[in-house]
Ligand binder design. Sequence first.
Ligand code: ZN
Length: 142
Amino acid sequence: MSYAPDTLHQPAEWTAKGTCTQPPYAGSDLWYADEWQKDDRRAAISLCRTCPVLDACRATAAKEEAGKAKAHRHGIRAAMTPRQRWLAEQKSREQAEPRPACGTTKAYYQHLAVDEPVDAACQAASDAYEQQLATTSQNGQR
Ligand SMILES: [Zn+2]
């Protein structure tokens, strides 16, 4: 089993199909509109939304910018501003985090956040925490 050389390893082939790499939008300032240039940003984002390779773009941007600060992300990519891409990464990271173990206040608040019934272990952890808070504030007041 062999592959023709020209089908091997062409990771960026899809970019040639992107709206942002084709005339009249290739090299346009729209993609690098500043935060205050809201109309340009909106125009760029709506062009991205109709782009045939949006999914590949989103996946690539997420990979290339992983762990980067907001200020180190540039331009409109995958129908998102640098800030929106940063937020999307924070969100997906939160979702990937394992849930806290039952019997902790963290797990208790997690139950509340997702509207689940609270089990006895988590209720006890929360009660203990509330108790501790009450004690601390009494001591603070003197
Ligand atoms: Zn629990």
